[in-house]
Write a protein that binds this ligand. Structure first.
Ligand SMILES: *Cc1c(COP(=O)(O)O)cnc(C)c1O
Length: 226
């Protein structure tokens, strides 16, 4: 087995173990392999080890890889900050966008999503750690943004995403993930049907799964240090 293949296996095993511990079915959590800064060859290797969904953070870099790998049936997720001059490239080339935190950006993505493609799957990024520097909508503003985004025709609002402040203390990793789950549940009680919680990275995906993650975004544990 290659290093990438055995890393993938280890991450999948850890995901399944955590899911089993809390009585969730392993199939309820999707692994998004975060391939930013890694080569098309590394992505190809992961594909041959059974990985289909890949996350990228930089538009130009992603477009080059998408072109180089067009022979593979991959699913591309944009997980980086979204500049308004990049929305067209994102709308045309990705299946999912995880970091939407402004209505203006959502409106552009919807208007620019080609009609011959299915609606773009969207998660709203929430600032669950309350840090000034982080992107993401404030928890008390998610509601209004979610209601507006669900009305956009070429988007499909799937759920919420967060990047909590990193912590090595496992107990401290849980509360921000629990908050994101509670926000999602509240929106669903108000009539939305959000099926996605995009949360958890290499250092904290176990805590995220324990708190209900449905997509974990894992980079370095698969591809190595960046
Ligand atoms: C880079 C990145 C990840 C993956 O981080 P790792 O620590 O390498 O697993 C996940 N989510 C986002 C938004 C990222 O930018």
């Amino acid at each position: 087995m290659t290093t990438i293949a055995s890393n993938l296996q280890a991450v999948r095993n850890a995901m399944a173990t955590t899911a089993a511990e809390i009585g969730r079915t392993p199939g309820g959590v999707v692994l998004l392999a975060v391939s930013k800064t890694f080569s098309p060859a590394a992505i190809r290797e992961a594909y041959h080890a059974g990985q289909i969904a890949f996350g990228e953070s930089y538009v130009q870099e992603a477009l080059e890889k998408i072109a180089a790998l067009h022979d593979l049936p991959l699913e591309w997720h944009f997980i980086g900050p979204i500049q308004s001059n990049k929305t067209r490239a994102i709308a045309e080339n990705f299946s999912w966008v995880h970091g939407v935190d402004k209505l203006k950006i959502a409106e552009r993505l919807s208007a620019q999503r080609p009609q011959n493609l299915p609606p773009l799957n969207v998660c709203l990024q929430v600032n669950v750690s309350g840090e000034d520097s982080k992107s993401g909508v404030a928890p008390d503003e998610v509601d209004g943004l979610a209601q507006a985004v669900t009305r956009l025709p070429q988007l499909r609002l799937r759920g919420l995403m967060a990047i909590p402040a990193p912590s090595d203390n496992v107990a401290a990793q849980h509360p921000p993930f629990a908050l994101l789950r509670e926000l999602r549940d509240k929106l669903n009680r108000q009539g939305l049907s959000l099926d996605t919680l995009s949360m958890g990275m290499s250092h904290d995906f176990a805590a995220a799964i324990a708190e209900g993650a449905t997509i974990v975004r894992v980079g370095s544990a698969i591809f190595g240090q960046r």
